[in-house]
Write a protein that binds this ligand. Structure first.
Ligand code: MN
Length: 420
């Protein structure tokens, strides 16, 4: 396990900071009266990379990379540039680095910054690759004997979601309207979802494209991933139950997906690689992993009613997944599907075997049958208007941690239903 890399930025050396020099996550920020631009988090500060590049301290390509409100141009520059940037930033920010005083003016307190989406989300695909989650949901919907569909152990199941409604942490989430039908009713009704849920996920950010018609191996897929974000795949369970057959989720997932403001790079997570669990059935050769491609990342979900205290409602680890993002990406490209720079792949809900490790309210309350008791006394089966839901994630090293920041959102009431 690697040790803390010490920085001349004092707050980056604290054991509890999510953003030590080992991390250097990629975000887009603005300050009062300024345009959004690229920066990296270091301790409780942001290094303004547009300014650092302008001042000539970073010179990786012929074109400027950081004076735009997205990291897609860095991704398009390719993995050698990703590595060179990390090396350069590590040298500039290390304790004892020559010229540190020249960078001081380009440090912005995070408390003064507004965070924006860190990249242009070109496409969004959400998977269903957590076995504990799929088993729990399957038991509720189809019974214990048929919990896992017959294809589940052979491929990562997914659906194509909406990039247009991927939003950065802190964006309010408007409760969706949609069709629902109770089992004994003849006609469906249209109105606000009554079973609004969250899904604890990690999102992989694709940084290298493949040409249409050109599959990739699992190793090539891993090499194509730029980094990871926390992801909340907000879900309307009542809409989902009525609409999902035969083509899968549609409006139940299309209204909002939240991601953390920082992309944690694959390089920062490298010391925390871990393998997928034992295969229950051999995978077809194109899906076999040549090495460990999951990560040991502790994950926490906290929930608060309006003006109420936060309650920790779930704690699990990304190492619970059955399929890695690299396997998902290889599967996605295997048909000849073109994957693009800025493609976002949701892991699927991350749940573990213990009841406290369940990454959705659907599982935590077992379909609403066992409401959660929150600190402060309120009970919840699903999300109420005014509720705030916050995801957190950290890979824990020796005296340091690689954090993702938070991925948070507050539920607002549905818009009134309009009719002709
Ligand atoms: Mn999902």
């Amino acid at each position: 396990m690697t040790m803390l890399r010490r920085s001349w930025v004092p707050s980056a050396n604290r054991a509890d900071t999510p953003f030590p020099l080992n991390n250097l996550p990629c975000g887009v920020f603005s300050t009062a009266g300024s345009e959004p631009r690229c920066g990296v988090a270091i301790g409780d500060m942001i290094l303004d990379l547009a300014a650092v590049e302008e001042a000539g301290h970073i010179d990786l390509t012929d074109d400027r990379l950081f004076d735009v409100p997205f990291w897609n141009e860095v991704m398009e520059a390719g993995p050698p540039v990703w590595g060179a940037l990390r090396d350069r930033l590590t040298a500039l920010l290390s304790e004892g680095a020559a010229g540190a005083e020249l960078l001081h003016p380009h440090l912005v307190p995070q408390s003064d910054a507004t965070m924006h989406l860190p990249f242009l989300v070109s496409e969004f695909t959400d998977f269903y690759a957590g076995k504990h989650h799929a088993t729990n949901v399957g038991k509720m919907f189809r019974g214990a004997e048929n919990a896992l569909p017959p294809n589940w152990l052979h491929m990562p199941i997914g659906y194509n979601g909406r990039a247009s409604t991927v939003v950065v942490s802190g964006t309010d989430i408007i409760r969706p309207n949609g069709q629902t039908r109770t089992p004994d009713a003849e006609m469906p009704t249209f109105g606000p979802s009554a079973r609004l849920d969250f899904e604890l996920e990690l999102g992989a950010v694709v940084g290298v494209a493949n040409a249409m018609g050109t599959p990739v191996t699992v190793q090539e897929a891993d090499d194509m991933i730029f980094g990871y974000v926390l992801l909340n795949d907000w879900s309307a369970r009542d809409l989902q139950a009525w609409e999902y057959q035969p083509l899968g989720p549609f409006q139940a997932k299309a209204f909002a997906t939240s991601i953390s403001p920082w992309i944690v790079t694959k390089a920062a997570l490298e010391p925390f690689r871990t393998g997928t669990p034992a295969r229950e059935k051999d995978l077809l050769p194109y899906l076999r992993e040549p090495g460990p491609m999951l990560y040991d990342i502790d994950l926490t979900v906290r929930m608060a009613p309006r003006a109420g205290p936060f309650t920790t409602i779930a704690q699990t680890n990304y190492n619970r997944m059955y399929y890695s993002s690299a396997q998902q990406l290889a599967h996605h490209a295997s048909s000849g599907c073109a994957m693009t720079v800025g493609d976002l792949l949701g892991s699927g809900t991350i749940s573990g075997p213990d009841p406290l490790e369940r990454g959705s309210l659907l599982e935590l309350t077992w379909g609403g049958q066992r409401p959660l008791r929150l600190d402060g006394g309120e009970a919840r089966s699903f999300l109420a208007d005014g509720d705030t839901l916050t995801l957190e994630g950290s890979a824990i090293g020796d005296g340091y941690r690689i954090g993702f920041g938070t991925c948070t959102g507050t539920v607002l009431p549905a818009k009134p239903v309009r009719r002709l």
